[in-house]
Design a protein. Structure first.
Length: 358
């Protein structure tokens, strides 16, 4: 976990009556793999909620941390409703009702990110999350995406528990994504992390996602997988978190190895670095040491990440030019590489999943 972020959490933990242990550079030290629901203690997750200064400062220091990691572009996601304590039903984390709305959360996060971009030289964009278990929030999420699209927000996401039966098809989620399509809002969906290939199919065919968060279980359906490869669907892969959450079983081949061998369109990303005590380099080292990844593959997937980013085309070209120069790759020689997205490392980009953990 970034040390600066840790001090933010400890400071506000004290003001809210939480006695948090700072051990080994993190508040949470994962051990054996656990289920998704077991890796995020409620007090830690609730700390910045409802606190304007904590939310803005955490967003700012997030950018500082990315700069220290060598990241040049990052898309960070979070749920504005999980950080609010007013105009949200139910109020999350058993907070008392206050006066911080989801709308103001997005404004505060945007200010913190923009201040960080100015001070640390990292380009930052944000993605607002709908939550599978709270479909009533989704209409406002897409409206916030539209309202703040010129203030860091570039896309909408659907996150949360994939095991909720039929959650991809809840009418409010479907309508929000349809509005996103109509309004030109980019779209990604957490799907196929622990859910089946059917959840992936729903994300693609019903929600019209442009990228897939995780997407590992797509491999259970060879027809769907081959189709998505042909359509150049981008997979946002997070190997380290998939180990800690139990989404990947050690002793079996990780889906990212198949993606690599098939030259699919994917990127390596962090997932809840606050909770998992990780940086993007954690995922790079894991795949290099345990899965045989090479520097050339890292370059390829970072170019994928840039091509599949949610930046406007002119900014995307600037980012690609930066990568080509850093990697010593003539742009024309790189044209054959698979189109793709998100974030990387070196002087690349780095997709980071906070899912409400700003």
């Amino acid at each position: 976990m970034p040390r600066a972020l840790g001090w933010v959490m400890r400071d506000w933990g004290a003001t809210r009556g939480f006695d948090l242990l700072w051990a080994g550079g993190s508040f949470v030290i994962p051990g054996a793999p656990k289920g998704l629901g077991a890796v995020c203690p409620q007090p830690l997750s609730a700390l910045p909620r409802g606190c304007r200064e904590a939310i803005k400062r955490t967003a700012y220091e997030f950018v500082e941390t990315k700069a220290k990691e060598g990241v040049v572009y990052v898309e960070v996601r979070y749920s504005p409703h999980l950080l609010a304590n007013s105009n949200v039903e139910p109020i999350p984390w058993n907070q008392a009702e206050g006066d911080l709305t989801p709308d103001e959360v997005v404004r505060l996060v945007g200010q913190g990110l923009q201040d960080g971009e100015r001070d640390f030289g990292v380009k930052v964009r944000s993605i607002l999350c709908c939550m599978r278990h709270q479909p009533s929030w989704s209409p406002e999420v897409v409206e916030l995406c539209k309202k703040y699209r010129q203030q860091t927000v570039v896309a909408i996401d659907l996150a949360g528990d994939e095991s909720i039966q039929g959650s991809s098809l809840f009418p409010e989620h479907v309508k929000a994504y349809a509005e996103a399509v109509e309004s030109g809002i980019h779209r990604t969906v957490h799907a196929g992390e622990v859910g089946s290939a059917q959840v992936v199919r729903e994300a693609v065919d019903t929600l019209k996602t442009e990228r897939l968060g995780h997407g590992y279980h797509t491999l259970e359906d060879p027809v769907l997988y081959n189709r998505l490869r042909q359509e150049n669907m981008h997979f946002e892969v997070c190997p380290w978190s998939s180990y800690l959450t139990g989404a990947w079983k050690p002793g079996t081949e990780h889906a990212v190895v198949r993606f690599k061998n098939d030259q699919a369109n994917y990127s390596l990303n962090t997932d809840d670095p606050l909770i998992f005590k990780s940086t993007l380099d954690t995922d790079y080292q894991m795949t290099k040491q345990d899965m045989g990844f090479t520097e050339e593959e890292f370059k390829r997937l970072n170019v994928n990440a840039a091509k599949s980013s949610f930046l406007p085309e002119d900014e995307k070209r600037e980012l690609l030019d930066l990568l080509y120069k850093a990697y010593g790759m003539p742009p024309l020689a790189s044209a054959g590489m698979f189109l793709t997205e998100l974030l990387g490392w070196c002087p690349a980009l780095a997709p980071t999943w906070l899912s409400g953990d700003l």
